[in-house]
Ligand binder design. Structure first.
Ligand code: DX5
Ligand code: ZN
Length: 206
């Protein structure tokens, strides 16, 4: 299982601490993008993020928690990420959005909130590169992992025999529940960044 580290809970020395994350034993940097509409909070604006991430070495995994997906895809495609993921709940035609992300040569991910039924994604399973299952309500770090996530992961694992997508879980992941997660990528924020020694925390997860 790969680890994608979210820096959402880092409050001080953000630039220096993202550099530390980039130099740690993680696989991806998870870039949470919030617009103050789809979720109440708002992230730093794009030009600041672009600056901070200008010399990153890890692949980027962008999580758009926004309503206006197209304008954010245009911006964040400039960071040349491996994945851009949007939320199923905010779009009329997910196929068009997936094609739009792929038109940049970037892998497309789709995410569902905890109360969205996993079966809404059935027709899309053959079409997306990544499915991001939210295990907390999107919007902030440090929340408690929701147990209903396990059923969704089982559902996707069973279907995966026929399809090629990667499964990612995001929210409340720690060194205890990670053992039960049947997924390809775990997003981990506060369990890593609330501690001084990032690599020590990452070792516990592995
Ligand atoms: C929540 C974000 C997550 C979150 C993960 O809305 O999408 O990426 O920051 O942080 P933890 O691991 O603290 O739940
Ligand atoms: Zn996220």
């Amino acid at each position: 299982m790969k680890i994608s580290a979210s820096y959402l809970s880092i409050k001080d020395n953000i630039e220096e601490n993202i550099k530390r994350l980039d130099n740690s034993k993680i696989d991806y940097i998870h870039v949470d993008v919030m617009d103050g509409m789809f979720v109440p909070n708002k992230t730093l604006n794009f030009s600041i993020i672009k600056n901070i991430l200008s010399n990153h070495t890890k692949d980027l995994d962008i999580h758009l928690m926004v309503n206006d997906v197209y304008s954010y895809i245009d911006k964040y495609a400039k960071l040349n990420p491996e994945f851009i993921t949007f939320h199923y709940e905010v779009v009329d035609d997910p196929y068009l959005v997936i094609d739009y992300i792929k038109s940049y040569g970037i892998k497309a991910g789709i995410s569902i909130k905890p109360n969205t039924d996993i079966s809404v994604l059935d027709d899309l399973l053959d079409y997306v590169d990544l499915i991001l299952v939210m295990s907390v309500e999107p919007g902030k770090g440090g929340q408690k992992f929701l147990e209903q996530t396990y059923d969704k992961l089982k559902y996707l694992k069973d279907k995966k025999k026929c399809y090629h997508y990667v499964v990612e879980v995001d929210g409340g992941v720690n060194d205890t529940n990670i053992k039960n997660l049947k997924c390809d990528i775990a997003v981990v924020g506060s369990f890593i960044t609330n501690y001084d020694n990032y690599d020590e925390q990452i070792e516990k997860l592995k």
